[in-house]
Design a binder for this molecule. Structure first.
Ligand SMILES: O=C(O)C1=N[C@H](C(=O)O)C[C@H](O)C1
Length: 299
């Protein structure tokens, strides 16, 4: 399978649909995967946060990954697989298992959470993982979940490392560090927006794309937004970006992926809106508000 040397475009971190009995709804997952690629997504992310990966057992994770592998192989789409923890040794072992799927282009690896090492410790963690991983890494920078902030210098250091292809950047906004990061990107190091509401501003600053859960909905518009910024069609990009930011804000009114699952269920695309504890299903108001934004967008 041919891959671009660095990731670009819109990648959808797929939800894990559940049946009424609470099992992984494999057929619905496959249909979602096909649908977002039909609508213009560049790739799929298996086992992201949105997949509720932390509540899936080993067999369920395998079902999810193999479904995505099958679809990406068939469609020639880019597959990224979420892997890694706050334990360097265990993360290296998890990454080595990805060698069994040659279709996997990238591993999405979180900045080690909870432990709160120094930034030098984070760099050492990724240096070790990048050296042994069978596939390139995308660093998942999401300080509001990990408790570990990284500055632009540290991200540049990671970006210069062989074996690191990009960063999923979910710093919770656009600030001086964001501008510094994108102002001087190492060659071949891609920034992918990871905060849905800030996708358009990050693309405007030079991000190569995004990994955004709200692109389950209005996928074609999200793909169009990335293309508009890439082609320099600023007028179109602004209109699409403002509309999609409203959609993302509605979809994240409750913990991800509860609202997105509620909407997908209301659209008849997944069999239940079910999520696993400690998540609770989204309230009806949030789902209806998101459906209304979609309707206002003409979706
Ligand atoms: O699963 C992911 O990857 C994403 N997770 C983020 C989160 O839940 O914080 C949101 C983003 O859209 C993609």
């Amino acid at each position: 399978m041919t891959h671009h040397t660095s990731p670009y475009g819109v990648h959808v971190p797929l939800v894990t649909p559940f049946t009424a009995a609470g099992d992984v709804a494999e057929d619905a997952l496959e249909e979602l995967a096909q649908a977002v690629l039909d609508a213009g997504a560049t790739g799929l992310v298996a086992l992201g946060t949105t997949a509720e990966a932390s509540t899936l057992d080993r067999d369920e994770k395998r079902i999810v990954v193999e479904t995505c592998v099958r679809v990406c192989r068939e469609r020639g789409a880019t597959l990224t697989i979420g892997a890694g923890t706050n334990d360097t040794r265990a993360s290296a072992a998890a990454l080595s298992e990805l060698a069994q799927w040659p279709e996997a282009a990238y591993a999405l690896v979180p900045v080690p959470y909870y432990t709160r090492p120094s930034q030098a410790g984070v760099v050492a963690h990724f240096r070790q993982l990048a050296a042994s991983s069978p596939i390139p890494l995308i660093v998942y920078h999401i300080p509001y979940r990990t408790g570990q902030a990284l500055d632009a210098d540290t991200l540049h250091t990671l970006g210069r490392m062989p074996g690191i292809a990009g960063v999923k950047y979910a710093a919770g906004g656009v600030d001086q560090e964001t501008v510094d990061l994108l102002g001087e990107l190492p060659d071949g190091f891609a920034v992918l927006a990871g905060d849905d509401v800030f996708l358009s501003p990050l693309l405007a600053l030079g991000a190569a794309g995004g990994i955004v859960a709200s692109a389950h909905l209005a996928t074609g518009r999200f793909a169009g937004l990335a293309a508009a910024w890439r082609d320099g069609d600023v007028a179109r990009a602004r209109v699409l970006g403002h509309g999609l930011a409203r959609l993302s804000a509605a979809a994240f009114r409750e913990p991800n992926p509860t609202v997105i699952k509620g909407v997908l269920h209301a659209q008849g695309r997944i069999p239940t809106p079910g999520v696993r504890l400690p998540l609770l299903p989204a309230g009806r108001g949030s789902v209806e508000a998101t459906l209304k934004v979609l309707a206002d967008l003409g979706e």
